[in-house]
Write a protein that binds this ligand. Structure first.
Ligand code: G4P
Length: 280
């Protein structure tokens, strides 16, 4: 399967990001907790050079908790501030302000020494499509936010969301492009549903997911569909089709339909909380 990202989009995205990053103190980067590396574009490290960094492992509700903890450690070891959350709920989002301030402590201290007091830290959210950037901004900003912009001293055309007296957020997130050089990255992003299904071979995705689950989460398919996992991957999908009544005319298993069902069950965590990128 060959998934492409168009260079035209990429050039524009890089240019916008370079301009926006000049205005901010901290880059808040969202990755998908089920695929923290595959949903991360390392080019941001170059773009965000010299800025404070916070990685949010979003959709943690869908990911394997033990693996999320291992990923948190992985990013901490590499000098990032890290927090895992479900951007749809306010609870885990609330602590982000404290972490942003902690991450920008040096800058706040520097300002204070220069007599600049109470200047809010400016943050920008970035991430690849579908990782939850808009959801996070909406939940984080909530109803209480006030928009600032188009006033003296504020860059024309930029809208800032004043979250509280300490943090301002650029209201449009930076869209990073997925890194598709490694085909398994494209495959994993497709499995989690980040890439439109009508562009993809669903059966191939389900076949890959089945192999991964049998190897890394043994018993999960047996439990959900009451089938025998110790079979060939294609036989497993056929068994799922039979177990769930996905049949063609004449009664043969409809593997395309069963593949869609398996992917839907995975994406909505009906198979359980599963992480596809194994911590390294
Ligand atoms: P983007 O701006 O980065 O492109 O992503 P966006 O916020 O549009 O979110 C993409 C999808 O991911 C949305 O679902 C959103 O509800 C879901 N989402 C965001 N954060 C979380 C999270 O922490 N946990 C879970 N489980 N889902 C999350 P959708 O199906 O596209 O829309 P809808 O079902 O919300 O209408």
């Amino acid at each position: 399967m060959n998934i492409q990202w168009y260079p035209g989009h990429m050039t524009k995205a890089i240019r916008m990001m370079q301009e926006d990053i000049k205005l901010i103190d901290i880059v808040v980067e969202l990755v998908d907790a089920r695929v923290p590396l595959s949903s991360k574009n390392p080019d941001i490290d170059q773009l965000a050079k010299g800025k404070s960094r916070l990685i949010l492992l979003n959709k943690a509700d869908l990911a394997d908790r033990a693996k999320t903890q291992a990923w948190e450690q992985y990013f901490k070891d590499r000098g990032f501030y890290v927090h895992s959350l479900d951007a749809r709920t306010g609870k885990s989002v609330k602590s982000v302000t404290g972490i942003i301030q902690e991450a920008c402590r040096e800058k706040i201290e520097r300002d204070r020494r220069r007599g600049i007091i109470n200047r809010p830290v400016r943050a920008m959210v970035v991430g690849i499509p579908n990782v939850g950037k808009s959801t996070f901004i909406n939940t984080y900003a909530g109803k209480a936010c006030t928009k600032t912009g188009n006033k003296p001293g504020v860059t024309k055309g930029k809208q800032w969301i004043r979250l509280n007296k300490n943090v301002e957020l650029l209201d449009t997130p930076g869209i990073l492009w997925p890194k598709f050089e490694d085909q398994t990255v494209g495959m994993k992003l497709a499995i989690i549903g980040s890439i439109k299904d009508d562009l993809l071979d669903i059966t191939e995705l389900a076949w890959n997911l089945t192999g991964f689950l049998v190897d890394n989460y043994p018993g999960i398919l047996e439990k959900r569909y009451n089938i025998d996992e110790k079979r060939d991957k294609i036989e497993i999908i056929e068994q799922i089709a039979l177990a769930r009544g996905c049949l063609q005319k004449g009664g043969a298993p409809d593997t395309a339909k069963a593949s869609k069902l398996l992917l839907d069950d995975f994406r909505s965590a009906r198979l359980g909380a599963i992480t596809l990128d194994l911590p390294v």
